[in-house]
Design a protein around this ligand. Structure first.
Ligand SMILES: *Cc1c(COP(=O)(O)O)cnc(C)c1O
Length: 404
């Protein structure tokens, strides 16, 4: 049974005070909080296993290597990849995306199209713009509508035999919209294009099945799913990963090095140059265990309840507008108060111990669409409560009074 009070006991930070008030943490889309089980796993690694991996004959190195590779298998199982070598451990979603964008430099030519969605995080726009500059490929955009949904009829028309790659996020970090990635993948495959899905914002809420989706690349960050910062993953279909050239050169990623020619290691090591975030990788596995123990069905059901409750309470405030009103959305609420700058509201909320994010949320094109400088974003996680939402609503009312 899902019991939020029991779950909250796992998160030491949730009982701290901020500015003399109990913390109400609603910035989960920027980073999630860390349960004691994950903190313990970090301590356990450094206290008992710390060594460099894949090189040592000594016991510690072998144990650390085993733990690291077990974590990779855990990640493989979680995302239902066919092979563990299809899981590349990276420093996060941004690194994963750049790895693929860099690899496509050698596969694209002038006149090719790559298609991006209007709902992207900057980390899923800029690397592709850089790629287009390098290769002469064209960047095309699937537009959004007032509800914050992608306009699929335009997408259909953008597709052609020139389309080489489509990339979009699974869930928008700024608005919470769940994008129709199944449709996009199917349509893109019909014209022979690859698809990269940025799952950074989806993985805290749902458990994607990369084989069922038939997606070519899928990326995630551990720190948005109860894990540590500085570690993430790239899933790529084996055939695609074999096709892409290595991203960075260095130790660990080679088979043989001479000054005439270097041959590269097999997957996944080809893409893992240098000493990785060993503790991070191992603890990513612990975070996945933690979330699976609670269960993604229970998480989704509870977060839906929180989202509906918060939406209804916030909309009762006069002059409050919510951006991102798709029926298909997760627990992200982006909103503004009429004629009040989001930053000012965020500052007052912080004084009350309430952590929200204000600004463009690394998604400036969305803000431009709505003609606003930014929003106040409350992103809810499975450890938030209705009482905290009441605190948020009272805080917003107070901010409105003080600022208007
Ligand atoms: C957070 C986020 C990223 C970037 O993740 P990093 O961990 O900062 O690399 C990319 N895309 C989306 C949708 C995100 O929410």
């Amino acid at each position: 049974m899902f019991n939020v009070q029991d779950i909250r006991k796992d998160f030491p930070i949730l009982s701290r005070k901020v500015n003399g008030k109990p913390l109400a943490y609603f910035d989960n889309a920027a980073t999630s909080q860390t349960p004691q089980q994950v903190i313990d796993a970090i301590v356990d690694y450094y206290a008992n296993y710390n060594a460099n991996i894949h090189r040592g004959v000594h016991t510690l190195s072998q144990e650390a290597t085993d733990l690291y590779e077990q974590a990779r298998q855990k990640i493989q199982a979680h995302f239902n990849a066919k092979f563990s070598h299809e899981i590349i451990l990276t420093s996060g979603a941004t690194h994963s995306i750049n790895l693929v964008a860099n690899g496509f430099s050698s596969l694209l030519k002038k006149g090719d199209d790559i298609i991006v969605s209007a709902l992207e995080h900057h980390s899923n726009i800029v690397p592709w713009q850089m790629l287009c500059e390098r290769t002469g490929a064209n960047l095309k955009v699937i537009p959004m509508n007032e509800d914050g949904e992608l306009v699929m009829s335009v997408f259909d028309n953008l597709l052609s035999k020139n389309t080489k790659l489509v990339f979009l996020n699974h869930i928008s970090n700024a608005l919470g919209t769940i994008n129709p990635i199944e449709y996009v993948i199917e349509k893109a495959h019909q014209v022979g294009s690859a698809v990269l899905v940025d799952g950074a914002q989806a993985c805290p809420h749902i458990k994607p099945d990369v084989q069922a989706l038939d997606v070519d690349f899928y990326v995630a960050s551990a720190h948005k799913m109860c894990g540590p910062t500085g570690v993430g993953m790239l899933y790529g279909k084996e055939a695609w990963l074999n096709k892409l050239p290595p991203y960075q050169g260095g130790g660990e990623m080679i088979a043989e090095v001479t000054f005439e020619k270097t041959t590269y290691a097999d997957l996944p090591h080809k893409f893992e140059a240098g000493t990785p975030n060993i503790a991070g990788g191992i603890v990513f596995g612990a975070a996945i265990d933690y979330m699976n123990n609670i269960g993604f069905d229970a998480i989704a059901a509870y977060e839906k309840e929180l989202l509906d409750y918060a939406t209804q309470k916030l909309l009762a405030i006069d002059g409050l507008k919510i951006y991102g009103t798709s029926k298909n959305k997760t627990s992200v609420i982006s909103f503004n108060l009429e004629n009040i700058h989001p930053y000012d509201v965020g500052t007052i909320l912080d004084k009350l111990g309430i952590a929200v994010r204000t600004g463009h949320h690394c998604a400036q094109p969305i803000m431009d669409y709505y003609g606003i400088p930014g929003t106040i974003r409350a992103s809810l996680a499975f450890y938030n409560t209705k009482e905290e939402i009441d605190t948020l609503v009272e805080g917003v009312k107070k901010a409105k009074m003080m600022l208007s």
